[in-house]
Design a binder for this molecule. Structure first.
Ligand code: NAI
Ligand code: MG
Length: 335
């Protein structure tokens, strides 16, 4: 049995978590769920969006599956997602986007994995007002050699392990010469250590266009925090939307798995949410825990459900069902 901390999260979080738990149980995944609280729900009920108890549980059990957490826009508390990634030094955010059978998309050959540096860049929360009339704001981005080396090595090693041929570093070193320039230079330094992997660099604005015109040219992509956040939503869009892409946040000692999407307040509580994204995240978790066979079995059941039983799936991918008819269909396909 593996103990896994489960944070259901806000918005659609509880619905998709329930569906994922149902599917993992049906597949016989040996998981003992340890419930924990975080996010806007925890803030409203407990007065704290990230209770100490939750931190302690993740620290103790090392592995967490997390639903989306709502973060107030503008003022309010800092992102709990960012806080958790920093607290447990989950430096690699791994976000695969792969074309799936049965899913309507103009792109059919996307198979890319975005490695997003997860602890620094523009997301360190170092912002301030200049003067006291709120007319001038500043933000600081941090890029360090240590963190950049870690994420870039992780990307190359992943490419090797998963038989990808190419790694691209995405940057804006023509303008942000020191911060993303450092990241690019470290990519150039490290690339020769992986002579079996083809290396290139792409400037982020061109990258956005290339991904929409010819996404099949990319295998593993490694980039700084903000660019990785934006490009991974774009990559999700290429393969059928945010309902379909999972992610892993991996550090030296801890790992947290979550969907790429947020709490989707527009559809929360309506059983419209696609649980695939959190499910794919949980499959990355099963692989991390060494339960590769069960993970592959569930993946196969999802593929056959999308191919042969799309009607049972959620509306975002053209289905006529809901979160739980979809979960039932995957459980049926598991048999
Ligand atoms: P969002 O990802 O929640 O939603 C964007 C669009 O995608 C919406 O139309 C939504 O209905 C749709 N969508 C998302 N997940 C879906 C699913 N599983 N099935 C079907 N449709 C789905 O992004 P938004 O609206 O910008 O953010 C909402 C809240 O989520 C904000 O408070 C934000 O801070 C938070 N957020 C949290 C994240 C996390 O916990 N890792 C990541 C991104 C946003
Ligand atoms: Mg995002």
């Amino acid at each position: 049995m593996h103990n896994v901390v489960l944070i259901e999260g806000d918005g659609i979080g509880p619905e998709i978590s329930r569906a994922v738990q149902q599917i993992l149980k049906a597949a016989g995944a040996p998981i003992n769920w340890i419930p924990a609280r975080a996010g806007m729900g925890a803030y409203r009920e407990l007065g704290n969006p990230l209770p100490d108890e939750t931190i302690e549980l993740i620290d103790k059990y090392k592995v967490a599956l997390k639903g989306p957490l709502e973060t107030p826009v503008g003022g309010g508390f800092r992102s709990i997602n960012v806080a958790l990634r920093q607290r447990f030094e989950l430096f690699s955010n791994i976000r695969p986007a792969k074309s799936l059978p049965g899913i309507h998309s103009p792109f059919t050959h996307v198979d890319m994995v975005i490695f997003r540096e997860n602890t620094q860049g523009m997301y360190i929360g170092q912002e301030r007002w200049v003067g006291d009339d709120e007319k001038h704001a500043e933000s600081i981005a941090v890029v360090t050699r240590e963190a950049s080396e870690k994420i870039i090595h992780a990307a190359f090693q992943y490419a090797r392990k998963h038989n990808f041929k190419k790694v691209a570093v995405v940057h804006k070193a023509n303008i942000l010469k020191l911060t993303t320039g450092l990241f690019l230079n470290i990519g150039r330094e490290i690339a020769p250590q992986y002579p079996d992997i083809e290396f290139r660099d792409v400037i982020v604005d061109n990258m956005a266009m290339q991904m929409v015109m010819r996404p099949e040219q990319f295998d593993v992509v490694v980039t700084t925090n903000l660019f990785g956040d934006i490009l991974s939503d774009l990559a999700s869009g290429l393969v059928g939307g945010l309902g379909l892409t999972g992610s892993a946040n991996i550090g030296e000692k801890h790992a947290m798995f979550e969907a790429v999407h947020g709490s989707a307040p527009d559809i929360a509580g309506q059983k419209k949410a696609n649980p695939s994204a959190l499910l794919f995240s949980s499959l990355m978790m099963l692989d991390y825990l060494g339960e590769n066979e069960i993970s592959a079995k569930i993946h196969q059941a999802v593929i056959s459900t999308l191919k042969d039983n799309l009607d049972a799936c959620t509306p975002d991918i053209g289905g006529k069902g809901d979160t739980f008819t979809y979960a039932d269909a995957v459980c049926l396909a598991l048999k």
